[in-house]
Design a protein around this ligand. Structure first.
Ligand code: HEC
Ligand code: HEC
Length: 213
């Protein structure tokens, strides 16, 4: 008897939880307008025209994309950059054939699977299992947002990704996620990956329009 009551209670809770989820997908998103310096999708709901809203959403995404945490690995040349000023990587390293460094000076020689704090001095060496430079066709440093937008949508320059795959990559990929867990001595990208991922999803849903050049 008591067990039945519990099951009923549980089913009610699950139903309530499901309702809660549905609500989040509703047209006018609820919740904060900003998370850690990044505007949320809700902050754009006042823009009635979908194409205009889409371009504005990309403008907000660009705050993350153009952050040094991303640009240091998406440079226009063959050398990573580092720090907030995006100075050339010290020691000098080259991208090598596949972005993971030439034989003998692979990124993984120094960059491990996780961030490691320097022993005895402030700061850390960043790490991730797939640490490497983004291919040249994905170079973003010094590139205007409208051009980055066009590149990101172009399967011949985005690693063959559909828009859906892009949403998944930006919102879930752990190398992208490193931008918010960059290790001691580095400022994280604005917002968090979930807020950023939601912006990307809303940008795609509204037609993936780009800001005017
Ligand atoms: C000889 C060791 C060594 C090699 C090889 C190396 N790195 Fe580094 N890298 C470092 C160290 C040490 C730092 C941290 C510097 C600091 O913050 O003081 C660093 C920092 C970075 C940063 C800065 C992150 C940020 O946002 O500040 C990037 C990006 C980076 N490395 C990319 C690469 C890539 C890509 C490769 C391979 C092509 C590579 N590194 C190869 C030692 C190395
Ligand atoms: C350690 C270096 C590194 C960092 C840091 C990094 N990326 Fe990348 N990124 C790569 C590599 C390597 C690829 C290519 C691999 C692939 O396509 O999966 C890539 C590909 C991408 C792509 C898909 C291709 C495209 O241009 O459309 C996106 C989107 C992306 N990165 C977003 C980001 C964002 C956003 C950040 C910062 C929050 C970031 N990345 C930080 C190395 C990095």
């Amino acid at each position: 008897m008591r067990r039945t009551a519990c099951l009923v209670a549980l089913a009610t809770l699950l139903a309530l939880a499901a309702c809660g989820e549905k609500k989040e997908e509703a047209k006018v998103p609820e919740g904060p307008l900003e998370v850690l310096g990044l505007k949320t999708v809700a902050a754009f709901s006042a823009i009635a025209d979908p194409a205009e809203r889409s371009a504005a959403l990309f403008g907000e995404m660009a705050k993350v994309i153009a952050h040094p945490r991303c640009l240091n690995c998406h440079p226009r040349g063959d050398t990573p950059t580092q720090g907030e000023s995006m100075r050339p990587h010290e020691p000098p390293v080259a991208r090598g054939a596949n972005g993971h460094g030439p034989p003998g000076m692979m990124c993984s020689t120094c960059h491990g699977a996780t961030n490691v704090a320097f022993a005895g001095s402030p700061g850390s060496i960043p790490g991730h299992p797939h640490w490497g430079l983004a291919p040249l066709e994905m170079a973003w440093a010094g590139v205007p947002a409208a051009e980055i937008c066009a590149q990101i949508k172009d399967p011949s320059r985005n690693g063959g990704r559909t828009l859906e795959a892009l949403v998944e990559h930006m919102g879930k990929d752990s190398l992208v996620g490193w931008g918010w867990e960059p290790g001691e001595g580095r400022a994280p990208a604005p917002g968090d990956q979930a807020t950023f991922g939601a912006l990307v999803a809303a940008w795609v849903e509204t037609g993936a329009h780009c800001p005017a050049p």
